[in-house]
Design a protein around this ligand. Structure first.
Ligand SMILES: C[S@@+](CC[C@H](N)C(=O)[O-])C[C@H]1O[C@@H](n2cnc3c(N)ncnc32)[C@H](O)[C@@H]1O
Ligand SMILES: [Zn+2]
Length: 1024
């Protein structure tokens, strides 16, 4: 059976650079994009997800065992018979003809594999011309880096883009042929009850002809969404009920219900009149393009209108009559000066608008112990500093007495209930953009009314991270570094809402219940009602992010923003409260618009074969799917302890449960999100015991992988994405893979974050994610470490060069080498040292790192310090890094640790608090001049090179010649090798690069001069 040994494309090659370029773009995509439906943390970029799913499903057509049918399909669809729609593309108003969109790049052989790779992603002709330095070529915009006919391009998924639809039809056809020509007898045809609606069958591709893609940790749904787009039957599983709702709204409901239909009579004129805005469907007749979007819009506006009738008056316009967008608040704390005790308004800055052409700031005037706020604009702004001290990590300065109140006192005040809050300004909607005005008495009266009304509604008492904050929590359970509000006394979710925000949330919940009751009378289909209800629920839960006392006002863009995008619940000193009825920013209507655009984007275009995903809420270690049901598994498990999904999701869960508890009871069985089975390494779930957290992660992940392996056909592959750089996290992942009887057959890093890191200097954040491709492990016998080591050295050296060519550097480069090393290691039952003791995974990863560093250092045989400098320059150039982070990457073993400290003392790195960078000549010259550079160990090559660079810079040629001669450097190969290496890696704009270039260029002349010069009387300048 030939297909048994045919590699999948993903085991052989992927166009990594191209996929990375499109993945980086993912963060800036908005209209219709998955991220705009509802927040979920660490969503994978769609481009990477689409590429990995596709390449896991299709065989490598250059493999001799590839089914002939698939190979000829590639040639037919991607070369001989390319649809007319793909034989050209538009650039602005110009149509560029290009009849062979999937030809491999110049100089690359025209094989089916290369055609398939360029189909996945190909650089645009514009980028290729620019890269070649073609005359008149300009750097293309990010959206034009890839050819428009590339599968992974975002625009390809636009249902209105005919070219994109043509690309997807080819992709689906290739997936179908790949599946039917390699189908394994055990691949179960999905049974009727299990797989939901059948709309795809009626539209062309029979469901049984299409593969099943399982994602056991589906989260925000990027992977199943893309699997569905490729025509597959996706199974999306997640443990978290909030993710479950998001998943259904992402990859089940639009595909099932997003269709044209009749509606207008039901809508009635009331909403259209009440709200003068419409997003997707404003039907002139009874026919609407998308009934799901239409109904969601209709009922959301129905709810909004009801809520407005009940509480709209609590957001009154001021004397100027301008509608209110929102309110700016400052928390307050008592001054720690016992003779003052003024209430300090805690403000990070006085600026409320900070745009190039528009600046507005609060003014703060002090009378007695009272601070009064006003507004100043443009040149009238005298001060912008807030009371919070910059870089003071929470310390603040009293505007009355000037004394600093340390953050510890603020925490104490918070825990004792002494933090207050006061409204400091009002944001309004004007014909010329946002306006800002001081607080007026009517604003305070309205708030007071809201406060009284709020006393009649329930304030949610659910605990934030209950293992830490519930009264019965054990002491020392630790904390998750991303959640910090509790240390200031905000221990329940209810405490994150001011009274008016709470009243507004509860009013929306009540109006939603009214709407669902109405909907029940009008729509008999209970399943469909769940779909509409889910979006309405997610809409209100989305609104909550703009309606908490952690809401963020962005002066640089004048908009409201969610506090949770950083995968955290951070403390916020000054916050913004939205008026949900406003139509400018943070209002409920604009939230609705994002949801509707998403539904429209993901609804199944007519004549297209898309299956709604089968969504399941449960622990991935026990899934209700038949054995061998899935063709492949593509997944993205939690990254060790990086993100506290369930703790963060509790914020949304509490509202969703109140909203939809009766409609979707299956999702809300527990009081808060379930946590015990979550596959994460959080110590707070284990009474503060970090090791137990780690063990839990590893064993849980192993159990989930065993289960995924069971659900997958026996010759299927599992593609696992991971984005954590610590060896500890990788050890747990690798142990889990091996424990589950899997081994790594290929590794691909994909850049997803470059230039846009969410958590600056977060030690755990990788700039790329690594996808490892796994197959059931075929274990041989035991092997000697010596032999395995040699093999690992070879494989890692080869990988370093490959990943380097893809553009990976730093920790990304090193970590990407773990996969190939594990691939070798996992082939043996066990790997033994000479004394018979087994080698463990931490040691293996350390070896992989060492081999990678060795491969980077290449032939460089200089002293250890120079080697460190050289490796660092290679890995990081001159960019700033987190010191602990980078130090751990560069050092190897115990010896290396010392070396890093010595290097630091010798000024090879500029360490500034937690950050550091490579020291350049300008940083080092005082040290070199003082002669302290050398230390006890004597001068190293890097000192000697810097020394020579300094002499060149000083135009002191005679001394330079003497120096080189005196130190026998003129013919010392490692010395010049170091110079050459730095020339290759230092950024060209650095002075050091120019100096090294000059030295290298002058080497021959310097040698001649050195020979001619008499032996020196006086040695070197700096006494080195
Ligand atoms: C890295 S995220 C997945 C993100 C997803 N790929 C996306 O694009 O949105 C990992 C997910 O695993 C889920 N999870 C954690 N433990 C689980 C378990 N035991 N079973 C199933 N899902 C689990 C988390 O709720 C989280 O959504
Ligand atoms: Zn004071």
């Amino acid at each position: 059976m030939p297909d048994a040994v045919c590699n999948r494309l993903i085991e052989v090659a992927l166009p990594i650079r191209e996929i990375s370029a499109e993945s980086v773009r993912d963060k800036s995509l908005r209209h219709g994009h998955i991220s705009t439906l509802h927040l979920w943390w660490a969503r994978r970029p769609l481009a990477a997800s689409r590429a990995v799913v596709f390449a896991s499903l299709v065989p490598d057509p250059d493999d001799p065992n590839c089914p002939a049918e698939f190979r000829s399909a590639v040639t037919r669809l991607l070369r001989d018979n390319v649809p007319a729609a793909l034989k050209g593309y538009w650039r602005g108003r110009n149509f560029r003809r290009d009849s062979d969109p999937y030809r491999p790049y110049d100089g690359t052989p025209d094989t089916p594999r290369n055609r398939l790779l360029t189909f996945i992603a190909r650089w645009s002709p514009e980028w290729l011309a620019f890269e070649k330095g073609a005359k008149d070529s300009q750097q293309p915009a990010p959206a034009e880096l890839l050819d428009d006919r590339s599968l992974v391009k975002w625009e390809t998924s636009d249902p209105k883009n005919e070219q994109g639809q043509a690309v997807l039809r080819i992709a689906r056809e290739l997936v179908r042929i790949a599946h039917t020509s390699t189908r394994h007898s055990e691949a179960a045809v999905p049974s009727g009850e299990e797989s939901g609606s059948r709309n795809a069958e009626t539209l062309g591709l029979a469901q049984s002809d299409m593969p099943v893609v399982l994602d056991p940790f589906a989260g925000g749904g990027a992977i199943p969404l893309e699997a569905g787009r490729l025509g597959c039957q996706a199974i999306a599983n997640d443990y978290n009920p909030v993710a479950y709702l998001i998943l259904r709204a992402t990859c089940e409901f639009p595909q099932k219900y997003g269709k044209p239909g009749l509606r207008a009579q039901e809508a009635g004129p009331e909403t259209a009149k009440a709200l003068n805005s419409s997003f997707v469907s404003d039907p002139p007749s009874n026919q609407v393009p998308n009934v799901l979007a239409y109904d969601v819009e209709h009922w959301a506006k129905w709810i909004l209108e009801r809520a407005r009738q009940r509480i709209g008056h609590l957001y009154p316009a001021g004397k100027d009559g301008k509608p209110v967008v929102g309110y700016l608040w400052a928390r307050t704390a008592p001054c720690s000066n016992p003779t003052c005790r003024a209430e300090i308004p805690l403000l990070r800055s006085l600026l409320v608008c900070n745009k190039p052409a528009k600046r507005v700031a609060l003014t703060a005037s002090v009378q007695g112990k009272q601070v009064t706020f006003g507004i100043a604009k443009g040149k009238a702004i005298a001060h912008t500093d807030g009371t919070m001290i910059e870089k003071g990590r929470g310390d603040c300065r009293c505007p009355v007495c000037g004394q600093v109140t340390p953050v510890a006192d603020l925490r104490r005040a918070g825990l004792e209930g002494k933090l207050g809050e006061r409204m400091v300004a009002v944001i309004t909607d004007t014909p010329h953009g946002k306006g800002y005005r001081p607080v007026e008495p009517s604003d305070l009266t309205a708030f007071e009314e809201a406060r009284q009304l709020a006393e009649t509604v329930e304030r949610p008492g659910e605990y934030i991270v209950p293992e830490i904050n519930a009264p019965n929590a054990p002491p020392d359970a630790g904390a998750h570094r991303s959640i910090s509000v509790d240390i200031y006394g905000f221990k329940t979710f209810g405490s994150l809402f001011n009274p008016r925000q709470l009243l507004a949330m509860q009013t929306f919940v009540a109006c939603l219940h009214d709407a669902l009751a109405e909907l029940g009378k009008r729509k008999p289909d209970a399943e469909y009602r769940k779909a509409v209800a889910t979006y309405l629920g997610l809409w209100i839960s989305r609104n909550a992010t703009f309606l908490t006392n952690l809401g963020i006002w962005k002066p640089s863009g004048e908009f409201l923003s969610t506090p949770f995008s950083m995968q955290a619940i951070p403390m916020v000193w000054d916050y913004a409260e939205a008026n949900l009825f406003n139509q400018a920013t943070g209002g409920a209507l604009s939230q609705l618009g994002w949801i509707l655009r998403f539904i429209a984007h993901e609804s199944c275009p007519p004549e297209t074969s898309i299956y709604p995903a089968q969504v399941n809420c449960g622990d991935a270690a026990q899934m209700p799917f038949t054995t061998g049901k899935a063709t492949v598994v593509v997944t993205d498990p939690p990254y060790f302890d990086s993100i506290a999904y369930a703790d963060l999701a509790d914020f949304f869960y509490l509202w969703l449960k109140r909203e939809l508890g009766d409609t979707l009871p299956e999702a809300f069985a527990t009081p808060q999100t379930p946590k015990a089975e979550e596959a994460v390494a959080h110590k707070h779930r284990h009474q503060g015991n970090r090791d137990k957290g780690k063990q839990h992660f590893q064993h849980k992940l192993a159990a989930c992988l065993v289960e995924a392996k069971r659900v997958c056909i026996s010759d299927g592959v599992l593609a696992v994405m991971f984005a954590h750089q610590s060896t500890e996290a990788w050890t747990a992942l690798v142990n889990a893979l091996l424990e589950a009887g899997l081994n790594i057959t290929a590794t691909f890093p994909i850049d997803t974050e470059r230039g846009n890191r969410m958590v600056a200097l977060d030690v755990s954040a990788l700039e790329s994610s690594i996808t490892v491709i796994c197959r059931p492990r075929q274990v041989g016998t035991a092997a000697a470490f010596r032999d395995v080591r040699r093999e690992i050295e070879r494989v890692v050296a080869e990988s370093v060069h490959r990943f380097w060519d893809y553009g990976f550097r730093g920790a990304d480069l090193i970590v990407a080498c773990y996969g190939p090393a594990v691939g070798v290691f996992g082939r043996y039952e066990r790997v033994e040292r000479a004394d018979g003791t087994p080698v463990g995974v931490p040691e293996l990863l350390e070896l992989a790192k060492e081999c990678a560093l060795k491969a980077i250092a290449g032939e460089f045989t200089g002293d250890p310090l120079s080697r460190l400098y050289f490796v660092w320059a290679n890995l990081y150039g001159t960019a700033t890094q987190a010191w602990d982070d980078a130090r751990l990457v560069v050092q190897v073993g115990g010896e290396g640790e010392d070396a890093m400290e010595v290097a630091r003392r010798r000024g090879l790195f500029v360490v500034d608090g937690p950050t550091c960078r490579l020291a350049l000549l300008r940083d080092r010259s005082p040290l070199l001049r003082s002669g302290r550079g050398a230390g006890d160990e004597g001068a190293s090559l890097i000192d000697e090179l810097h020394h020579a660079m300094q002499l060149w810079k000083d135009e002191n040629r005679a001394d330079l010649v003497l120096y080189l001669r005196e130190h026998d450097l003129i013919d010392h190969a490692p010395y010049w090798k170091l110079a050459q290496a730095l020339f290759e890696v230092l950024p060209h704009e650095e002075e050091d690069w120019k100096l090294v270039r000059s030295l290298l260029g002058e080497r021959e002349t310097l040698r001649l001069e050195a020979r001619r010069t008499a032996p020196p009387v006086q040695p070197a300048l700096f006494g080195a």
